[in-house]
Design a protein around this ligand. Structure first.
Ligand code: CUA
Length: 189
C-alpha cells in the first residue's frame, strides 16, 4: 500500500481514499440533515399543535346539547356561512340526506354516538373519522351543484357496508330560499 502510494500518488489507492472521504462526508451530511429535520418538526409542532380537541359525552347526544336530533342538518349562521351537524351511528347517518349551498363557507361538525365511523364525500377531499366522545370539525366550500355519496369508510360492524348518506349541493339562491322556511335543512324524505 505505502509503496503504491509513494511511487504512484495518482494511483488506485489515492483515488479510493478520495472517493471514500467524499462518501463519508455525504453520509455525515445526510445524518446531519435528518437530525435537523427532526429538531425542526419537533419545535414546529410544539409551537403549533395540530388542532384543538373538542370532547362530548356520546351517551347524551340524543338528550341535550348541540347534537340533539332537532339541531342536526344545515343551519345558516348570522355571518352567512353554513354549519352542518351530523351524527353517525350503527348503521346510518343523521340526517340521511345533507343539503348544502354552492359558493358558501360550509363547516361540518360531526360525531358518533356509538363506535368509530368514517365519512367521506365522493368527488371532494372531505374525509374524516367520527369518534365517539369527540367532535370532528372541518370547513369546506362547494363550487358546483351536484349529488355526492357519503359512505362510512371505517369498518363499524356487520352493517358497515350499508351505512351511507347523500350530499346534495344546490345553488346558493335556492338554498337560501329553502332556509327561509326552516331553521335546520335536510333533504330527507
Ligand atoms: Cu359506520 Cu362503517
Amino acid at each position: 500500500m505505502a509503496q503504491v502510494s509513494s511511487t504512484d500518488p495518482h494511483g488506485s489507492a489515492a483515488v479510493a481514499a478520495r472517493i471514500e472521504r467524499r462518501w463519508a462526508l455525504m453520509v455525515v451530511g445526510i445524518v446531519a440533515l435528518l437530525v435537523a429535520i427532526v429538531i425542526f418538526t419537533g419545535l414546529h409542532w410544539a409551537m403549533m399543535p395540530p388542532s384543538r380537541v373538542e370532547t362530548i359525552d356520546p351517551t347524551r347526544l340524543h338528550v341535550d346539547g348541540e347534537f340533539i336530533e332537532s339541531n342536526l342538518g344545515s343551519a345558516v349562521e348570522s355571518d352567512g356561512s353554513v354549519t352542518v351537524r351530523i351524527v353517525g351511528q350503527q348503521y346510518s347517518f343523521t340526517p340521511q340526506c345533507i343539503v348544502v349551498p354552492t359558493k358558501t363557507s360550509v363547516t361540518f361538525r360531526a360525531t358518533s354516538s356509538d363506535v368509530v365511523h368514517g365519512m367521506l364525500i365522493t368527488g371532494t377531499n372531505i374525509n374524516s373519522m367520527l369518534e365517539p366522545g369527540y367532535v370532528a370539525t372541518f370547513k369546506t366550500q362547494f363550487d358546483t351543484p351536484g349529488d355526492h355519496l357519503m359512505p362510512c369508510h371505517e369498518y363499524c360492524g356487520v352493517g358497515h357496508e350499508a351505512m351511507w348518506a347523500n350530499v346534495k349541493v344546490v345553488d346558493k339562491e335556492d338554498f337560501l330560499k329553502m332556509a327561509a322556511h326552516a331553521r335546520r335543512l335536510t333533504c330527507d324524505l
